[in-house]
Design a protein around this ligand. Structure first.
Ligand SMILES: NC(=O)c1ccc[n+]([C@@H]2O[C@H](COP(=O)([O-])OP(=O)(O)OC[C@H]3O[C@@H](n4cnc5c(N)ncnc54)[C@H](O)[C@@H]3O)[C@@H](O)[C@H]2O)c1
Ligand SMILES: O=C(O)C(=O)C[C@H](O)[C@H](O)CO
Length: 277
């Protein structure tokens, strides 16, 4: 094995990926397996995670004989369910080294109509859900004085996007959670970082951005002039989880095709665009 490969090698590691049956979480599970990591994918519907695990087990030759993936029913809004998922990872693969908090939901509506319940629900899934899973995993990480937590934030952690106030608030808090865990838990050998993806059409946002004016404006404001793919987000997770990222702690890496860097003041303000006449 070359030195370069070893730098990113995850052989012998075990990861739990919340929301790992679809989208970005599933892509992270896939690239982890390609780098030697065993992965438990967790999501609310058992049939979905079992199907995802079955697919993930076909990635590597012979992985059906030595399974690299397993699925567990997981609701990050429920303490017991989160603890059971962590226990499942230990029972199935013998350890837990990496937690990826990718579970998420969207709520799009004008802020004037946003209810406190909707706001709290988004916060509960994205922020408190990540806290629950991180606390459960940290029991294991502290015993072994090693562990890596990766929280999936968003470009919405950094800038305003129209009519996704609950989501953007929760994603901003995700970055705060990341910094706090990085600060408090480094002494236990735990590193906590985040990834802030740009716009990737997945179940969470496809209807909002594929073939819509909103999507067109996003692409116009992205220097690479396209949406990203889940696979393009996943590489950052390998970097953060492997020896390559072993001194990185408390940061959120933006992977957005240049969206945040290019000046997005007019992104969602069509009334501010110069007239075509
Ligand atoms: N797609 C994007 O453009 C984009 C951009 C930035 C950040 N994100 C974030 O990336 C993460 C993954 O989203 P995605 O784009 O892959 O969408 P996705 O809808 O494919 O993935 C979200 C997953 O979370 C699961 N989930 C929802 N509630 C859950 C709960 N209570 N418990 C357990 N699992 C639950 C869903 O079933 C789904 O599998 C989310 O946190 C999302 O906010 C996505
Ligand atoms: O605001 C939009 O149009 C979105 O699609 C929101 C994205 O899904 C959001 O940035 C994902 O974190």
């Amino acid at each position: 094995m070359s030195i370069t490969t070893e730098l990113f090698d995850l052989t012998g590691k075990v990861a739990l990926v919340t929301g790992g049956a679809t989208g970005i979480g599933k892509a992270i599970a896939k690239v982890f397996i390609e780098h030697g990591c065993k992965v438990v994918v967790g999501s609310r519907t058992l049939a979905n995670v079992e199907q995802a695990a079955q697919e993930l087990n076909t990635i590597l030759e012979h992985s059906d004989e030595i399974p690299m993936a397993a699925g567990v029913s997981l609701d990050v809004a429920d303490d017991d369910s989160v603890q059971k998922a962590v226990d499942f990872a230990i029972d199935t693969f013998g350890s837990l080294d990496i937690l990826v908090n990718s579970a998420g939901i969207m709520c799009k509506k004008p802020t004037a109509d946003l209810s406190a319940d909707e706001m709290n629900n988004l916060y509960n899934i994205h922020v408190t859900g990540s806290l629950r899973a991180s606390q459960a995993a940290a029991h294991i990480f502290r015993e072994q004085h090693a562990g890596c937590i990766i929280n999936i934030a968003s470009v919405a952690s950094y800038c305003s996007l129209t009519e996704v106030t609950a989501y953007a608030s929760a994603k901003s808090a995700t970055m705060g959670l990341t910094r706090s865990l990085a600060n408090e838990w480094a002494k236990y050998g735990i590193r906590t970082n985040g990834i802030a993806p740009g716009f990737v059409p997945t179940d969470i946002n496809r209807k909002m951005i594929e073939g819509t004016d909103r999507g067109r404006r996003i692409i116009e404001n992205t220097p690479m002039a396209r949406f990203g793919t889940s696979d393009e987000i996943a590489g950052a997770a390998v970097y953060l989880a492997s020896r390559a990222g072993q001194f990185v702690n408390g940061h959120t890496i933006v992977v957005d095709g240049g969206y945040l860097a290019c000046g997005i003041g007019d992104t969602f303000a069509p009334w501010a665009q110069p007239s075509e006449a």
